[in-house]
Design a protein around this ligand. Structure first.
Ligand code: NAD
Length: 490
């Protein structure tokens, strides 16, 4: 059984979609595994007026359990509720009193996790009042968990960070990027630094290019009003893609600790080339989906303006100006309404300098590049493409794949990203969270692209639902005499 962790959780936005859909079920999993046992308490808050019992009914519904489930009921009995407007300074005293009651009842040693599952415009307000009204004044730890988005550009992110920093130190702030909670993202470090075979080739001498694809099959659904103000570049590249890229690009950390890993990720991001106007126009392309067979165009979706120029797709080339990666581009792409839902990384190795099998009489197809593919979702696994001799007479080569996939049983036992991340917050381990420096370097890069795009008029819509984005995304990579490893109709 897992070691028990002790803390009070105060959820702001405790009746929101995220809390019910992800956070409480993840905590219940931690309870079933023994990380949470007797010594934890949950104080849910939001504007809604609910009694403790009504709140527990909602939590029960979110877990999919019934009152006859004794174990679940024991877990739910640790939940209490307090209606609270986060802008009402005086009311924080009520929260403080309830927090102290729970602390005493469950012997929580003053450990507190403040989870801000709210609109980001409230983060600074809540953080400020938590401090001035004495909720952080305990003998245990105080940690604050922040949901995305962390700003909409560098300036707003910095303002947000300045506001948070008045109440919490950097090591007390846990900025969620749920991609970092995914099993295979964490596996990038294991594969790179646990294998001589991989790490010794992990550089521009042997790797031709690296491709990161986060492909979504759905459109904007009910998130249109948020998404139309964000777009693919802000919603996916600034956070998830930049985090994946920095794990792929970083040097080996001195030790496997949050401080050392973050230091290497920041170093990698510092050497990412921030584009000037001409480079941004050449190296990034954007798209917006039009209508498909039974699919409305983005501009016809509910809550999207008919003249919206928002990007629902982005592809780009990233260049690191450092010794390891100079000359080896990282290509990235992400978008909505694409052919399928998946996330993968394709590491394309250079071909042998001389292809000794393609002598004229042999009619052998040229050797293909070795490719290491990391499948992140929906199925986690790896595939390594090698060249081998075809069976039989003569001497022909063909590409073969060495595949490994996490089997269905193990995959069922894989913790949900939020389960892992909440556990990490309780341990005080910031490895799988974004540090302020990472966030700020990512924004500086993305802001340059955004600035250039804001000056140009895109030709939207420019791709059809079910494709892999606009033709310009293929042209972007073909211009460098390369291809996307994952493509349709190959
Ligand atoms: P939601 O709109 O479903 O819930 C918002 C919550 O905030 C509600 O409980 C509401 O009562 C509360 N609230 C609003 N104004 C308040 C006020 N003045 N005082 C007190 N409480 C107030 O939002 P959500 O989807 O749960 O998202 C919460 C946060 O998580 C947002 O920052 C969002 O960007 C982020 N996020 C959500 C998801 C998701 O899947 N839902 C995914 C990633 C990030």
């Amino acid at each position: 059984m897992a070691a028990e962790r002790t803390s009070l959780f105060i959820f702001f936005g405790g009746t929101g979609d995220l809390a019910y859909r992800k956070l409480y079920p993840s905590m219940y999993n931690l309870y079933k595994k023994g990380t949470l046992r007797e010594h934890f308490g949950v104080l849910g808050t939001s504007r809604e007026k609910l009694t403790d019992e009504q709140f527990r009914d909602q939590v029960r519904k979110s877990l999919g359990t019934t009152k006859t489930d004794k174990d679940a009921e024991k877990f739910i009995s640790h939940f209490v509720y307090e209606a609270h407007d986060v802008t009402d300074k005086a009311h924080y005293q009520v929260l403080k009193t309830r927090a102290e009651e729970l602390d005493k009842k469950y012997e929580l040693n003053g450990n507190r996790i403040f989870y801000l599952s709210l609109a980001p415009s409230f983060f600074g307000t809540v953080a400020g009042f938590l401090k001035t009204e004495g909720l952080t004044d305990t003998k245990g730890f105080d940690r604050v968990v922040i949901e995305k988005p962390f700003g909409r550009d560098f300036d707003s992110a910095q303002q947000l960070n300045d506001a948070l920093s008045k109440s919490f130190d950097e090591e007390q702030i846990f900025r969620i990027d749920h991609y970092l909670g995914k099993e295979m993202i964490q596996n990038i470090e294991a594969v790179r630094f646990g294998n001589t075979l991989v790490e010794s080739l992990w550089n521009n001498r042997y790797i031709d290019n690296i491709q990161v694809t986060l492909s979504e099959k759905l459109g904007v659904e009910e998130r249109a009003s948020y998404y139309d103000n964000s777009g693919a570049l802000r919603d996916m590249v600034q956070n998830h893609i930049m985090q994946i890229v920095s794990l792929l690009a970083m040097e080996q950390p001195v030790s496997f600790t949050d401080v050392d890993i973050r230091a290497e990720k920041v170093k990698a991001l510092r050497s990412l080339r921030v584009y000037n106007v001409a480079e941004a126009s050449t190296n990034f392309v954007r798209g917006q989906y039009g209508a498909g067979d039974s699919q409305r165009a983005y501009r016809d979706e509910d809550n999207v303006p008919h003249d919206s120029n928002n990007d629902t797709f982005v592809a780009g080339k990233l260049l690191f100006d450092n010794y390891r990666w100079s000359g080896t581009p990282f290509y990235i792409r992400t978008g909505k309404m694409l052919a399928d839902k998946f996330t993968r990384v394709d590491v394309v190795f250079k071909k042998p300098l001389i292809d000794i099998f393609s002598f004229p009489q042999n009619h052998n197809a040229p050797l293909e590049a070795n490719v290491l593919t990391m499948y992140i979702e929906p199925h986690a696994g790896f595939s390594l493409r090698l060249n081998a001799k075809t069976n039989g007479q003569g001497f022909q080569t063909e590409p073969i794949n060495l595949d490994y996939f996490v089997d269905a049983k193990d995959s069922k036992a894989t913790p949900e990203p939020y389960e892992r991340l909440i556990h990490d917050v309780m341990k005080g381990d910031g490895t799988n969270f974004s540090s302020w420096q990472e966030v700020s370097y990512a924004w500086r890069f993305v802001d340059q692209i955004r600035k250039v795009w804001d000056l140009q008029q895109p030709q939207f819509p420019n791709y059809t639902p079910g494709s892999m984005g606009p033709a310009s995304a293929d042209e972007l990579i073909q211009r460098d005499h390369r291809q996307w490893v994952y493509r349709l109709n190959k």
